[in-house]
Design a protein. Structure first.
Length: 132
C-alpha cells in the first residue's frame, strides 16, 4: 500500500465539504472585501482540489503531496481527532489489503451516498471480495 493512500483519498473525497466561520476582522479574498462579523462558508472539498495548489487536482494521484490539504482543518481549527482518524484509516486499509484478494467487484448500481449537504460518504457500497 502506498504510504499516503489514506491522505490522498481523504483529500480527493473529503467527508466534510464545508465549515462555517465568522470573520473577526475585515478580510479580502480574491478581490472580494468582507467585513468583520461576515459569515463565510469554507468549501473544504473545493480547496482540496485547488489547481493553484495541487497539480491535476481531479486526478487521483497516490504520490501527490497533500501537506497543504485542509481535510482536517488548519491552524488552531485543526481537528483534534485528525491524527487518530489518519491512523485508523491506515491500519484499516493495511488489514483489509492483508485479508482480501486484490480482485474485487463493486456493484455500481447498488452504491448509495449519504444525502446530506455537508457530509459525504457511503450508505451502501456493495462489494464482493475473496480471501487473500
Amino acid at each position: 500500500m502506498h504510504p499516503h493512500a489514506h491522505s490522498n483519498t481523504n483529500s480527493s473525497d473529503t467527508p466534510a465539504h464545508g465549515i462555517a466561520r465568522r470573520l473577526t476582522k475585515p478580510a479580502e479574498w480574491h478581490g472580494v472585501r468582507l467585513p468583520a462579523d461576515a459569515k463565510v462558508w469554507i468549501l473544504i472539498g473545493s480547496a482540496n482540489r485547488d489547481e493553484s495548489v495541487f497539480p491535476d487536482p481531479d486526478v487521483y494521484d497516490l504520490g501527490r503531496d497533500t501537506s497543504r490539504s485542509i481535510s482536517f482543518g488548519v491552524g488552531r481549527h485543526y481537528c483534534l481527532g485528525g491524527p487518530l482518524a489518519r491512523l485508523e484509516a491506515r491500519v484499516a486499509l493495511e488489514e483489509l489489503i492483508k485479508a482480501v484478494s486484490p480482485s474485487y467487484e463493486i456493484d455500481q448500481d447498488g452504491i448509495r451516498r449519504i444525502s446530506h449537504g455537508n457530509v459525504r460518504g457511503m450508505v451502501r457500497l456493495p462489494t464482493t471480495v475473496a480471501p487473500a
